[in-house]
Design a protein around this ligand. Structure first.
Ligand code: F6R
Length: 605
């Protein structure tokens, strides 16, 4: 976790770093800091504090010196509490450093190199700064190589040396670093979003190579000291697409962007009305040669996998498992060369998903990943990648990444059904036509978002809430419930409504509002009975219902969802539930984009 940034160039580094840290704050927001080299004196000035980037900005207000070079950090605490002294950058002798990751052998290093008396913080990161200083004899590249040779764990290190005026050095293992050289200078960051303001060209720093950034150039050395050429790639995100665009929160902006994001994700993958992955280089044999599917993901991405599970069972009649990546390795997963593993991740950096992919491939499985961030670690570890076109997702709560992941799953299921001889060409085209309608149905929900806001006001005071539904409705609600709890702090449980009677109905009272989803024709009558059961125990019930099924539910508070084929109702329903969570959180006055304790990119296990 943690956001890191480095810049050397013609602009005022302090401003560039602070702006970038604001964008990177989603990676962690319990403390922040910058170190810059003042023009003229070359002196390194460090400012850091517990709190947000806005607190750091205040702290820097009195700094008027121009600085052309600097590094910055926004922290999600792992080793050591949230305090000014534990905030990055850390300094030791001639070294100033920021770090993302975890150094597992930091205690051994303290003992082996006699660093005990030299440390002021409780962090593993300061130990690395001290070690770098220990090895530094005027050659940054050598000192960095010697240091990383002694580290165990995951790390992205960004370093300035006192006597190297405008240069920044970086090295990494697992934790991501992307870098670029552009008109304004050279920069690097933990995430592409921070570079997008300047350029859409970037390269991923290869593991264990040492990078030197100068105002007018970059140099890469491999572990043997050989100079390497960076491999530049381009991202299709628009420059400045990471702004709020007039919305009070990124989450609202990103919810509103979904019709466009889904359209962009599917449009290049439909030819002659048929799903087509030729531009992604995904062969049909991947879909025809497998006997079973295993989806690996975390959180919201895993919920997209649960929707895929229902589709795979009902359309393809195939065996499919959805594994929480964090549990995968410990669950003795049944994976072999006949298993198609599909890894799903917005960031492409979630460490549990990454490790699970490595494990599955070692067991002979082919891995297809569905990823939003190009060139990310999971994408590079996979056999095949299908990129979603959600654009930068900045709000910690994932919204547009989820609907674009679903869109890819609809395409995969349709392609598999056709290539395995389950769908005729006509049936495939019919399925795809319904997928092409999803942006329009999402737009319809967004246009009526005030109605969702009215429902949101009714659950504002709730401490506990249940979400109930069956089949696909249950999958929809698992995601809706995650969204609500993470941004509104209301304890919400999504329950298969048929299971309620086996225990949890004991919790239903007049103080426990219930949100139901009713979108599946064949489940309607059973879902109606379950809604009556909770209503008769005093619960206020709000129902997100497919329009054509609404007639029988008029006694309840309703939000009518545009009609689609049952398997596609997930799209408009999920967007309505995202809006519910958003309005509850913003009406409560919370920082919607940065819920407490969370970080957008989870790079610790
Ligand atoms: C919830 C949320 C998380 C992520 C999860 C996986 O709103 O955003 O549950 O979905 O941390 O992240 P990625 O998709 O980056 O692997």
């Amino acid at each position: 976790m943690c956001g890191i940034i480095g810049y050397t160039g013609s602009e005022n580094a302090r401003e560039v770093l602070l702006d970038a840290l604001e964008l990177l704050e989603y990676r962690g927001y319990d403390s922040a800091g910058v170190a810059v080299k003042e023009a003229g004196s070359g002196k390194t000035v460090v400012r850091r504090c517990a709190g947000r980037v806005r607190d750091l900005r205040k702290l820097c207000e009195t700094e008027t010196h121009f600085s052309g070079c600097g590094i910055g950090h926004t922290r999600w605490a792992t080793h050591g509490g949230v305090s000014d002294v534990n905030a990055h950058p850390h300094q030791a002798g001639s070294v100033t450093l920021v770090h993302n990751g975890i150094i597992e052998n930091y205690r051994e290093l303290i003992a082996d190199y006699g660093l005990e008396g030299k440390l002021r913080s409780e962090t593993d990161s300061e130990v690395v700064a001290a070690l770098l200083d220990y090895f530094y004899e005027g050659n940054p590249q050598e000192a960095v190589q010697k240091t990383v040779g002694r580290l165990k764990g995951t790390f992205a290190l960004v370093v300035m040396f006192e006597d190297r005026r405008d240069a920044i050095y970086a090295v990494r293992n697992v934790s991501p670093v992307v870098a670029t050289l552009c008109e304004q200078g050279a920069m690097l960051a933990s995430d592409l979003t921070a570079l997008c303001r300047f350029t859409n060209r970037y390269f991923v720093l290869p593991e264990y190579q040492v990078l030197e950034l100068r105002k007018d150039g970059v140099t890469l050395w491999d572990p043997d000291g050989k100079v390497m050429e960076p491999e530049y790639q381009t991202v299709d995100w628009e420059l400045n697409s990471s702004g709020k665009n007039g919305y009070p929160f990124y989450m609202e902006k990103e919810i509103m962007e979904q019709p466009g994001a889904v359209t962009r994700t599917i449009e290049g993958r439909i030819r002659g009305g048929m799903p087509d992955f030729s531009a992604d280089g995904v062969p049909d044999t991947l879909f025809t040669d497998c006997e079973r599917i295993c989806v690996i993901a975390c959180g919201t991405a895993m919920h997209a996998g649960l929707v895929a599970q229902a589709l795979v069972k009902s359309v393809l009649h195939m065996h499919i498992e959805v594994e929480m990546a964090s549990e995968f390795m410990y669950s003795d997963p049944v994976i072999d060369e006949k298993t198609l593993v599909i890894a799903v991740s917005q960031s492409g950096e979630t460490i549990d998903t990454l490790e699970a992919v490595k494990y599955a491939r070692l067991r002979g499985a082919k891995c297809l990943s569905v990823i939003n961030v190009r060139g990310s670690s999971i994408a590079r570890e996979s056999d095949y990648v299908i990129y979603t076109s959600a654009g930068p997702e900045i709000a910690v709560a994932s919204t547009k990444a989820y609907t674009t992941q679903l869109a890819v799953f609809y395409l995969i299921v349709a392609r598999m059904a056709h290539s395995r001889g389950i769908f005729t060409e006509e049936e495939t085209q019919c399925f795809i036509r319904e997928l092409q309608r999803t942006p329009e149905t999402i737009r319809d929900v967004l246009a009526r978002r005030r109605e969702v806001h009215v429902l949101a006001k009714k659950v504002l005071a709730a401490k506990d809430l249940f979400m109930i539904g069956r089949g696909l409705d249950h999958s929809i609600l698992l995601e809706g419930s995650l969204k609500l709890k993470e941004v509104s702090y209301i304890h919400s449980e999504a329950y298969a409504s048929g299971e309620l009677k086996h225990g949890p109905i004991a919790l239903i009272t007049q103080d426990t509002p219930v949100v139901a989803s009713v979108t599946q024709d064949k489940l309607m009558s059973k879902e109606l009975s379950n809604i009556r059961e909770v209503a008769s125990r005093g619960a206020d019930v709000a129902v997100f219902v497919k329009d054509s099924l609404a007639k029988e539910l008029e006694d309840y508070e309703l939000f009518r969802l545009p009609d689609m084929r049952d398997e596609f109702m997930v799209m408009p329903a999920s967007v309505a539930l995202q809006l519910l969570a958003y309005y509850v959180s913003s009406d409560k006055g919370f920082d919607v984009d940065k819920p407490r304790n969370l970080a957008k990119v989870v790079t610790v296990e």
